[in-house]
Design a binder for this molecule. Sequence first.
Ligand code: FE
Length: 214
Amino acid sequence: MHDHDDEHDHAHRHDHDHNHYSDMQARVKALETLLTEKGLIDPAAIDAIVETYETKVGPRNGARVVAKAWSDPEFADWLKRDATAAIASLGFTGRQGEHMRAVFNTPDTHNLIVCTLCSCYPWSVLGLPPVWYKAPAYRSRAVIDPRGVLAEFGLTLPPEKKIRVWDSTAELRYLVIPERPDGTEGMDEAALADLVSRDAMIGTAVAGSSEALS
Ligand code: FE
């Protein structure tokens, strides 16, 4: 278990690919510089592509998972029991050894995901992590003061609502299943998916916020 409500337990295994990742980043940067110098690519165009994957393409996978969970109780039950398999059934799979767990928001409990040590993130359903997710401020404060962090994201939860913070690792990554907004009865899965933002699946927003529609 990697959740911690009050105190921060960090005894979990976290032996993942930091070195490969920074190697990879260095190689990508070197390649980008070379191609830019040769006039073959435009860095602004690359930024635009990354932005698209970060905010649009990647998180649409997760939104489909959420919309199906809202629409299909059997799928929701499967997602609770074995998120890795349920998500894979929709064609979204991670690298070998990467397991998914879906954490469901309820009227009593709000879930928030973080990686306190680095930037483990559910790539297969959310695409690229936003810059703030990798920032030391978010990684430390999400654990120490989740309510304060959420308020800074514009999400003020009632004081009686419990916040559970889930610390991702290379082996186990989380997807928040937000609560289905009121007034969405009769909407089909595609329309429901449009209500689900990337941030709602990290837990820094709720579904159906205006930001989901941007
Ligand atoms: Fe990590």
